[in-house]
Design a protein around this ligand. Structure first.
Ligand code: BTN
Length: 264
């Protein structure tokens, strides 16, 4: 039976009890900090000396939580989930640029498993939304190593109500969801289970699920690239994870990381 969401502290033993044996095999280390600058920064530093896959870092609070495009990710104490996973991909892995979109699907699956049923959506490239408000964000950072691509996958999930109108916390969606330890475990489980699938098949294995969650498709959007903006209708996300947009009757393709997008 699921427990109500509480301010229980993150606890390693509790998290491990929720993990399947398959995920346990992939998980090589789990660090939990009361306070840290950023779980992503920590694992990026560790990756330089310990090129191991399956290393997870969670924190109760981040003093320098980082979002995409150099933004700050507000990370108050015991409110949310701040989780990073270090993973190693072989140099042969195709199309790592679409990894962040595939991770979006994994985060949605973890949230669905945690009891958030209908209503979750993905805003290209990888923001998780509920009722047009942002519920979770993903920051992927990589370092090149001689034999592998070391990648740190950072996920922030809002749990407590958020003061920003544009964001939402799990507690505003449902009063009867699971504990933070269970939610963290579901997230780790999804990532550990699905990253090998991404390694083998790339984004094509996630494209159909992504398209079902697509928040922008059919909407008028404004795309900003450096100083310039243009408006068009979002059509779909292709097999490379690129956004295809109808701009004045012509299909234009945009890559993740190059542009920012908002509903017009
Ligand atoms: C976004 O801008 O939407 C991405 C936010 C990513 C936040 C997470 S919280 C855990 C990890 N550590 C960080 O400093 N950032 C990511």
């Amino acid at each position: 039976m699921s427990k109500p969401l509480s301010v229980e502290g993150l606890n390693k033993e509790a998290i491990l009890t929720y993990l399947s044996s398959e995920a346990m095999r992939k998980l090589t280390r789990l660090d939990i900090f009361e306070r840290i600058d950023s779980t992503n920064t920590y694992l990026l530093q560790q990756a330089k000396n310990h090129p191991s896959a399956g290393w997870v870092c969670l924190a109760e609070e981040q003093t320098n939580g980082r979002g995409r495009n150099g933004k700050v990710w507000l990370s108050p104490k015991k409110s949310n989930i701040y989780c990073s996973l270090l993973w190693q991909f072989p140099k042969t892995t195709q199309d790592l640029s679409s990894l962040s979109l595939a991770v979006g699907v994994m985060v949605v699956k973890a949230l669905e498993r945690a009891g958030i049923g209908q209503g979750l959506q993905l805003k290209w490239p990888n923001d998780v939304y509920y009722a047009d408000r942002k519920l979770a964000g993903i920051l992927i950072e990589g370092i090149f190593q001689p034999k592998t691509y070391a990648v740190v996958i950072g996920v922030g999930i809002n749990v407590e109500p958020v003061s920003l109108q544009s964001a939402i916390g799990l507690k505003e969606i449902t009063k009867d969801v699971i504990s933070r330890n269970q939610l963290a475990a579901y997230l780790i489980e999804e990532l550990c289970q699905s990253l090998p699938q991404f390694e083998a098949q790339g984004f094509s294995a996630f494209k159909d699920q992504w398209q079902q969650l697509d928040m922008l498709s059919g909407n008028l959007i404004t795309i900003t690239q450096r100083e310039a903006s243009l408006t068009g209708t979002a059509l779909f996300v292709n097999q490379h994870g690129e956004l295809v947009v109808d701009v004045e009757g012509k299909e234009r393709v945009f890559q993740c990381g190059e542009v920012s997008v908002r509903v017009a």
